[in-house]
Design a protein. Structure first.
Length: 100
């Protein structure tokens, strides 16, 4: 799997740290499982995406779907550190930096 997750439970929220690439397949299945599990424990989930360097369209769809599901359950998902440069193409990140 090309992503790693680490969670932290605080009194009023849970934080899920994501490191790596979010893409269709096992990565998004695992993300959905982890967020669903955390929603059973806290009403507010913070997804820290500051160390995610690639998001494909399927993963983006899952992020939107999780937001919607949380709202339906009267919970909330907050996305943190979305200002990090993310590659939306399959080129190697070093290729992207060299082209800049």
């Amino acid at each position: 799997m090309s992503i790693e997750f680490r969670s932290e439970l605080l009194a009023d929220r849970a934080i899920l740290y994501c490191v790596g690439q979010l893409k269709a397949g096992n990565e998004t299945v695992e993300l959905r499982k982890r967020v669903t599990s955390l929603l059973r424990q806290r009403r507010t989930i913070v997804l820290d995406l500051g160390r995610v360097n690639y998001i494909d369209s399927s993963a983006l769809s899952v992020l939107v779907g999780l937001y919607s599901s949380a709202r339906t359950a009267h919970a909330e998902i907050k996305y943190q550190n979305l200002v990090t440069a993310v590659s939306y193409n399959r080129r190697n990140q070093s290729d992207t930096l060299a082209a800049a």
